[in-house]
Design a protein around this ligand. Sequence first.
Ligand code: AMP
Length: 411
Amino acid sequence: MAEKFKAPRGTFDVLPGTMPQRERLIRTAGDIFSRAGYGWAATPVFEDTALFERGVGKSTDIVRKEMFTFEDKGGRSLTLRPEGTAPICRAYVEHGMHKLAQPVKLAYSGPFFRHERPQAGRYRQFHQIGAEAIGSDSPLADAEVITLFSDLIEELGVPAVELRLGSLGSLDARREYLEELKSHLRSREAELSDDVRERIELNPLRAFDSDHEGTKAVMTDAPQLLDHLDTADAEHFAEVRELLSTASVEYTIDPTLVRGLDYYTRTIFSFVCDRLGAQSEIGGGGRYDGLIAQLGGPETPAIGWAAGIERILLALDEEVAAPGRDLFIAVAGDGQRAKAVALVAELRRAGISVEIDLAGRSIKGQLKHAERIKAAHTLVFGEDDSSRLRTRGESEDRQIQPSEVLEAISR
Ligand code: AMP
């Protein structure tokens, strides 16, 4: 026998058994987004590698280790998108969206790719859903996008989710703090993990995110950014907190919160579900006031988030039953087949969900199959031109003409 194939490591198939959960998630998010004036956008699954190097940051794990990068036949370096914000910002600049009324409010969903070590909740191809409000520095925008996320969690019914909130301050104001943090790290260099030690100069904030015991000990008495915010940043953060409380969104302040991408400024946040084990973050995001300018656009403040669809589904761990069919048409003899096929086409065009046997089953097998697909009604074409309608939950069949079936089942 020929060798069989498997889906590549870290990827998975979504089959009809679990697709309804995904569809419900996207539908729920779509409703929430459209009520708040966010429109769906879609960008290509691959982009110029330099977009992510510049946008996500060369010192990040994503760019250093996790990108699926390849050369196309024209010698260009392309990368399967590891995240959605840089591509959305690229599109904002490319299409001159700064000329539109601001902020531009966009939502997206689709597959993303990171070459990480696969484990529960961590894949090499995963799916995110996200929202971005581009062109406003108002704390109102921060509170709005965070509330959208919180509403999504609420409407889906994801249990045990906590919102953690922090602020990184603006880039200029952060500089002084970073020097202080670096000297703290340098003074205890020997205790740090190799990874953190190598990145003291490039990305010292990442030390807060380390699982390494020695590093964790060093970080317990590290200076904290929240104590070093300048007045403007501190006021901005206070307003965001107040607006969230006004919108009845609960949060906890996490002074050690950092994120894995370089572009964040001011507000950052993370939604965590404690039922998820090691990969407990459902999603997160923050402000990225410098990114659009970094990608060649005008200075444009912005904020957004991304949530992992698989993480949400794992946290929900729910079964969404596939809907049953309105009707199954069972055909006893070959003579009636053409009539049945015509009726199926007509009813489907009229919006009825209807199936007919495609597998050569006996009439008994067809009736069993109608049960299996949870058909609300079954129309049985007899050998002799007669037909009868069987309705779930009713003991008696009814004699009816095929032409009457639409009316009979629409009642
Ligand atoms: P990030 O773009 O790194 O801020 O991640 C946002 C969210 O995407 C995370 O909170 C996860 O829910 C999800 N996510 C990120 N990486 C992966 C992955 N490798 N597998 C599954 N979900 C992921």
